[in-house]
Design a protein around this ligand. Structure first.
Ligand code: ZN
Length: 191
């Protein structure tokens, strides 16, 4: 039976690297992988899935208005054995529902990697939907500076101060995020 997987973690937990390694492992066994990511970013190179340890691959971008079900049905259903999706928190809830449908009706597994919460420690809608619908949920762990498990994606401004207001999506700002434990995040906000 195919399954819908959600592997979540904070930033810097090597989710993209794991997505690419998983792709490699499937391909080594002769299986065809459709690598996708959500289209929130239209800059050059946006269709490259990059990990900090240097692995990278081209991915198909699925924009927010696109039906993932239609894309799969019309272009991919006969060509692939598994879907690997990175940055899943930026898909729409509807696209997550489409993933569930692909798993159920087409017996194609979908493996999602993404963040649990935003910089305000609130669930991303797509991540909430994945918690509701996934067959298997696993945490990809990363560590705070203090040694505890990091669960918060703290956003900092140009002066290094913690920000807890603003838009959920801030592009081109990966360097503005730090994975922290909740206690360090609270302390940093007071400073
Ligand atoms: Zn900490």
């Amino acid at each position: 039976m195919a399954k819908l997987y959600f592997k979540y973690g904070a930033m810097g937990s090597s989710k993209s690297a794991q997505a690419l390694i998983t792709k490699f492992n499937y391909e080594e066994r002769g299986m065809r992988v459709w690598l996708i990511k959500p289209g929130i970013d239209t800059r050059d190179g946006a269709d490259i899935l990059k990990s900090r340890i240097g692995l990278e691959q081209k991915a198909d971008i699925i924009y927010s208005g696109t039906s993932l079900w239609d894309e799969f049905e019309s272009r991919m259903s006969n060509k692939i054995d598994v879907i690997i999706a990175d940055e899943c928190h930026f898909f729409t809830e509807r696209q997550i529902d489409d993933m569930r449908r692909i798993v159920d009706e087409c017996e194609v597994p979908v493996i999602c990697y993404g963040l649990r919460t935003d910089f305000k420690a609130k669930l991303f809608p797509a991540s909430a939907r994945l918690f509701e619908l996934a067959d298997k949920i696993a945490e990809v762990k990363s560590i705070c500076e203090c040694g505890r498990k990091a669960i918060i994606n703290a956003r900092t401004d140009e002066n290094g101060k913690i920000v807890t207001h603003g838009d959920r999506i801030k592009l081109g700002g990966n360097e503005l995020y730090t994975a922290m434990c909740h206690s360090c995040w609270k302390k940093a906000q007071k400073q």
